[in-house]
Design a protein around this ligand. Structure first.
Ligand code: FAD
Length: 390
């Protein structure tokens, strides 16, 4: 495919950002071609809180009812001492009232699935394909793909995640933009709950800069989450989950040995540094970055999927408001979106110290609000306050 098509947009990456962009840009009258490195769509992932600009955008894009069907109703949260004994429990009722009105708890794979089902008949998908070379001028952008074809488009959206190849090809090396927050995250799905973990609960244990959580996602699904501090995130990433996780959690008891023994057989393992992307300008000519490729606010901010969908929706709006003027549309889009992403990045940096505290005192301080919520009187007060706010 080399012929020019003024309405074609090329989207690199079929994660939440790429799929949301495909759906929204199709609605804006474009013909999306989506290239995805993986040979097939991914499932699973991890649970994300989906709210704010993403929730509002999903409503406008008509996918909210399908997302709401996948909502994971949160239940009690159990916090363990390093010994594995229960420290305190926040009851399910209190947890549910803390989630808020316009907010969903969703598996990343389920968000992707809902977006994919909505757009699959309106976009061309090429799995197992990457972009090898990008060239552009004032009229168009041309991408040579690994399947031997060249796609010519009016816009190329780089939605290929934290380690975006689009960003490297067009903006510069990853190291120029990456801000490591000195933590790693590893998540994989479990085929059954480990022995002793109550159904419906999220149970977590924090000890000396490491957190292990087992999350029951309902419908027979569960996930193991490992988060830990490190002074060498890139070294850990290079070592890979199979070597790094057993090393980092070697002396953690509870269900850690049992869950780590299942790592080798797990089919979708997420393992990465917790890093933000600080890219001074998200577009160069007809190439724009979207989602984690552009900003990656991190799981500390808990807002990346919301910003990916909200950002895709705003991109569609900007293109509609600036017909025939890609640079003006991209400039207007960035001006509207950047303040919120920078706020969330600041939040991510602020909470990083609370995530897996090293000292018992720091852990006690971090747990204090949750510990308070575990008392029935405080829980009721919190619920009333949240209901009044909602
Ligand atoms: C443990 C964890 C918890 C989180 N919790 C929350 C939360 O509570 N709330 C929230 O809103 N967000 C949360 N997030 C963040 C959220 O998941 C991400 O911000 C969001 O999924 C980013 O989507 P993306 O599409 O930008 O990137 P990605 O999900 O990384 O998708 C990129 C896609 O591009 C593909 N790709 C990569 N390279 C190439 C290439 N060269 N060519 C073609 N395709 C390529 C990949 O295979 C992938 O499909 C969390 C993240 C983690 C890790």
């Amino acid at each position: 495919m080399t012929a020019s098509d003024p309405n074609r947009v090329l989207i690199v990456g079929a994660g939440i950002a790429g799929l949301a962009a495909a759906l929204r840009l199709h609605r804006a009258g474009r013909r999306p071609v989506v290239v995805e490195r993986s040979p097939a769509r991914r499932g699973g992932g991890y649970a994300v809180a989906f709210a704010g600009v993403g929730y509002d955008a999903a409503e406008r894009m008509g996918v909210l009812p399908a997302l709401a069907e996948r909502h994971i109703t949160p239940d009690e949260m159990v916090y363990l001492k390093p010994s594995g004994a229960v420290s305190f429990t926040v009851p399910g009722e209190t947890v549910r009232s803390m989630v808020g009105e316009r907010s969903l708890s969703l598996l990343r794979g389920d968000i992707e699935d809902v977006l994919y089902q909505a757009v699959r008949d309106h976009a061309e998908f090429r799995f197992g394909t990457v972009v090898e070379e990008i060239a552009q001028d004032e009229r168009e952008v041309r991408a040579r793909l690994s399947d031997g074809t060249t796609v010519t488009a009016e816009l190329l959206v780089g939605a290929d995640g934290l380690h975006s190849a689009t960003r490297t090809q067009v903006f510069g090396p990853e190291a120029d933009f990456r801000r490591d927050l000195d933590h790693m995250a590893g998540v994989f799905m479990l085929d059954r709950l480990p022995e002793g973990v109550p159904a419906g609960a999220t149970v977590s244990l924090t000890d000396a800069g490491r957190t292990l959580a087992i999350i029951d996602l309902g419908q027979g699904r569960a996930a193991a989450f490992f988060g830990y501090r490190t002074t060498d995130p890139q070294g850990e990433l290079a070592a890979g989950a199979a070597a790094a996780l057993p090393r980092a959690f070697a002396d953690v008891g509870w269900v850690a040995p049992e869950v780590l023994a299942r790592l080798a057989a797990a089919d979708s393992v997420y393992f990465d540094t917790i890093s933000q992307m600080v890219v001074p300008r998200w577009s160069r000519g007809r190439v724009v970055l979207l989602g984690d490729a552009a900003w990656c606010v991190t799981l500390f901010a808990g807002y990346g999927s919301s910003l990916a969908v909200g950002g895709a929706d705003l991109l569609g709006t900007a293109l509609e408001e600036h017909p025939g003027d890609i640079p003006a549309a991209l400039a207007a889009w960035e001006e509207r979106l950047r303040p919120e992403t920078e706020r969330k990045q600041r939040l991510g940096r602020r909470v990083k110290g609370l995530y897996a505290p090293v000292s018992p005192v720091a852990r006690w301080v971090r747990d204090l609000p949750l510990r308070m919520a575990s008392y029935p009187w405080a829980g009721r007060l919190l619920q009333r306050r949240l209901q009044l706010k909602g």
